[in-house]
Design a protein around this ligand. Structure first.
Ligand SMILES: [Zn+2]
Length: 118
């Protein structure tokens, strides 16, 4: 992957130096955020696996409310625990990736509602 302009890993501001962060404050905030997120990754993984399982169960049994609930669970998981992939963080910065994660979670939850109940 080419890195033309480096961006602060936390706030996403373009950087003109070879560091990963625009300031010490951002570096510290990023580290704190990582430390806060790491224990939650197992819940995130569990929510995703469960959500996909329920969704597939709904698809194969032809029960759309079950499918919708599965997609809704996926959405809720992403919404509550928006873990960004390292690629997204590098591209947008931590804060924007989280906002993007929340947006995607909201969309997924809406799709789940729509599939299941309309
Ligand atoms: Zn920054």
């Amino acid at each position: 992957m080419k890195t033309k302009i480096k961006k602060c890993r936390y706030c996403g501001k373009p950087l003109h130096s070879r560091t990963d962060f625009c300031s010490d404050a951002c570096a510290m905030a990023y580290e704190q955020a990582l430390r806060r997120d790491t224990p939650k990754i197992k819940f995130f993984t569990a929510g995703i696996i469960l959500g996909i399982g329920i969704m597939l169960w709904g698809v194969f049994s032809g029960r759309s409310p079950v499918t919708g609930a599965g997609i809704g669970l996926l959405g809720a998981t992403v919404l509550l625990l928006p873990f960004a992939t390292p690629e997204t963080v590098r591209l947008l910065g931590y804060r924007k990736s989280r906002a993007l994660g929340r947006l995607l979670g909201l969309l997924l939850a809406a799709v789940g509602l729509w599939v299941g109940f309309f």
